[in-house]
Design a protein around this ligand. Sequence first.
Ligand code: URA
Length: 210
Amino acid sequence: MNDHLTVVTHPLVQHKLTIMREKETSTAKFRQLLREISQLLAYEVTRGLAMTTKSIETPMGPMDAPVIEGRKLALVSILRAGNGLLDGMLELIPSARVGFVGLYRDEETLQPVQYYFKVPGELGDRLTIAVDPMLATGNSSVAAIDLLKGAGARNIRFLCLLAAPEGVARMQEAHPDVPIVTAALDERLNENGYIVPGLGDAGDRMFGTQ
Ligand code: URA
């Protein structure tokens, strides 16, 4: 995958996203839709994976049949909202390995600080898909990708539900080798770093916190 930004315009994705954006949508419905959309986005983000063949026997005879080449891919959730994308993706890619990156924002420097990092081994041999529903300022996404590269990842893709132009620009500048797949590119960030029109705080909406 070489295109830097892919916006998935499929009608099912767009329709589900609209329901998620609505402020009256319940936590349960939001979570269910996120799970469904995550599978549709997972389908897109895994497009173009390297393939090989294996010899199999169908009831009718032998065939060389296509299978995905290489090591099991790695899904890396950027905590905490990234976890909302994991379950659906794992249903589609059950053999994927899973990692977690935890970052918080230092109130004085406003820079992301790592508080948790656990990723699968041999990351350099795996397609690594970092997931976070909201690509807003891009600060935590860029920091997470820095950490993944530091751990050896060389083939990274980033999957989100919504992106702001500011976040996409920041990612493109810092990590031009990392393609981004999203369901929508929204207008802008507001003064608090929230995506407008967006859907609010993704973590709060999926976990029912405030
Ligand atoms: N994180 C969110 O949850 N929502 C935004 O709009 C931006 C960052």
